[in-house]
Design a protein around this ligand. Sequence first.
Ligand code: SER
Length: 326
Amino acid sequence: MKRQAMKKILVIGANGQIGTELTTALVKLHGAQQVVASDIQALGRHQELAYEKLDVTDAKRLAEVVQQHDIGEIYHLAAALSAKGEEHPEWAWNLNMTGLLNVLEVARQAKLSKVFWPSSIAAFGPSTPRDNAPQVGAMDPKTVYGISKLAGEHWCSWYAEKYGMDIRSLRYPGLISYSAEPGGGTTDYAIQALFSAADGSAFTSFLGEESTLPMMYMPDAVRATIELMSAPKENLKTAGSYNLAAWSFSPRELVCVIQQRVPAFQAAYKPDFRQAIADAWPRSIDDSSARAEWAWRPAYSLSEMVDDMLTHLAGRKSLSQEKQVA
Ligand code: SER
């Protein structure tokens, strides 16, 4: 009997901060023939791949793309982040919730084998213990983004329980990367600091100097995603989205690590509306379920991340003021 061709992977939001690097990793793992990139922009970043311009809030078009490309797995990364979401609440809610519900519904109807969808530390809130936020406990998000992540976690569980679907998810901490700009998050100050250190421009942190948050380097986040998605289903005992951690730091601590490498680097602090967002999030995360169930371990230390970022950013242009606020 002829072997059936393997179904393909669709990445939604492939041009974004996570999508850009996750798509590259999926191509390395499965081959360019197996991966279809999509984003709301007309052009894709991955020239070697099939690309679809796709607005994930358009359910009909999403279903067409899934059918046309014989998709078996979706990584749904298109989302509005915390800071931009507070400025445009209805847009953020619609993108985050309609987008996710469209993905879950097409996954049910087309009987996809797996879905990946990211949650975030933003799903926690002031009632969550600020240190070592537990896998299960009080969650009272205070941003539109956080509310959409917590509601999304519940929707994923509902689809998984009701229809027996395989939906996997991580609560990412603040992600640091150089390949693509982040989409308006509260943790983006760290990326701005590293860009400024690399190009010698002035850096003003929009969070106060003692504002400690959980953070991770993108290569670790990408590897966590792939390891979770490849783990045998019977090992995954935790219902819902896994806590995930690497390290926590404050703007002052990051600036110190940067100054050890770039002594001239200086920071000013001018907290804005994003401070209140950060103040409602935990300082650190207990990721022992991820460690126990699918052997999660971060690889990069904080200083290795800073070294690697500065190496990659050397000679790059600064983030424009407009982009920093976007
Ligand atoms: N990095 C995200 C943000 O700041 C957190 O999930 O919005």
